[in-house]
Write a protein that binds this ligand. Structure first.
Ligand SMILES: [Mn+2]
Length: 312
């Protein structure tokens, strides 16, 4: 298997973590990398603002974590992120504007990491990059997909494109290693039509509505997850409420709170283990005072701390 080579991150590694762009040299518990380019429905919409998210997130590092040895008061005893073996693996390149090759390289990077027992953390990009990311998890069997999102994303195709941002759950449902799909934070209207809703129900997707989570908390969601599950988290930031995460595109009122998502991560490691994270749809131009960059960056940290401290 050929190791991916990535572009050096700008302006520096995420949280100033060590940077490794020659992946054959990777030795870490987790690798964070940019997967910037989703397949567009209209060439005029390419590249979009979400493609700038990996660089914007790195540039906001000092607002996400002041110091590698800062304590995290949510943990008992308070734990720091600093001594976890996490690296920034750079950005997957886009050569000659070839998005199909870009998708293949994203898929290969996820596969490379999981085969070497490193947790892949991919940062999009729009939700289109979720398609190759999930395909790349096929070295893990019986994966339970945890989608945090406002939207169903079960469209078979849109404008003839099958690998765009409206289709990742549909594509995931076709993969033999995806055992279950839990969709968390779903609400209101998106691109889904009746046929997609029916198809998702028929397939057996577990849809956890944002409204029910606000009424009953996250405990019923966690209870419904399989014991000893291998959970891959795909986090479309629009799953959170716009008041928490304004820096996105397809805003939808009534979304999840910060604590809902952190509580979910904690529930995943009580039930099983988190095997990867994919974070998409950050749109820095729409952000307010770096609120979304700080929130997204800290959710990446939180997920890794919760999983890696548990595994120690
Ligand atoms: Mn969405």
């Amino acid at each position: 298997m050929i190791a991916p080579r990535t572009n050096r991150p700008k302006p520096h590694g995420f949280l100033n973590l060590p940077v490794v762009t020659e992946w054959q040299n990777l030795d870490a518990d987790a690798v964070i990398f940019g997967a910037p380019f989703g397949k567009p429905y209209d060439p005029a919409e390419f590249p979009n603002d979400q493609s700038t998210a990996p660089s914007a997130l790195r540039a906001a590092s000092e607002r996400i974590l002041l110091h590698g040895q800062s304590v995290d008061t949510d943990f008992h005893p308070p734990l720091c992120f600093g001594d976890l073996r996490v690296v920034d693996g750079g950005d997957i390149a886009l050569d000659h504007g070839n998005v199909t090759q870009h998708y293949n390289d994203i898929e290969a990077a996820v596969r490379f990491a999981t085969k070497r027992n490193m947790i892949p953390v991919s940062i999009g990009g729009d939700d289109g990059v979720t398609n190759p990311v999930i395909r790349g998890t096929d070295a893990l069997d019986n994966v339970t997909l945890i989608q945090i999102d406002a939207h169903l994303d079960w469209r078979d195709q849109r404008f003839g494109e099958r690998d765009g941002f409206s289709s990742p759950m549909r594509r995931a449902s076709e993969l033999p290693h995806i055992q279950a799909i839990h969709q968390i934070g779903i609400r209101s209207v998106g691109s889904a039509e009746q046929a997609e809703w029916d198809y998702a129900q028929k397939w057996g997707a577990h849809v956890h509505l944002a409204r029910d989570i606000h009424l009953n908390g996250m405990a019923p969601v966690i209870k419904s997850l399989p014991n000893d599950g291998k959970f891959f988290v795909t986090l479309d930031v629009d799953g959170l409420d716009p008041s928490v995460m304004p820096g996105t595109v397809a805003l939808s009122p009534g979304g999840l709170s910060w604590w809902h998502v952190v509580t979910l991560f904690e529930g995943l490691v009580q039930k099983g283990s988190i095997v990867g994270l994919n974070l998409v749809e950050l749109a820095p131009k729409n952000d307010v005072n770096k609120l979304s960059l700080i929130g997204a960056g800290r959710l990446i940290m939180k997920l890794l701390m919760i999983q890696l401290q548990q595994a120690r």
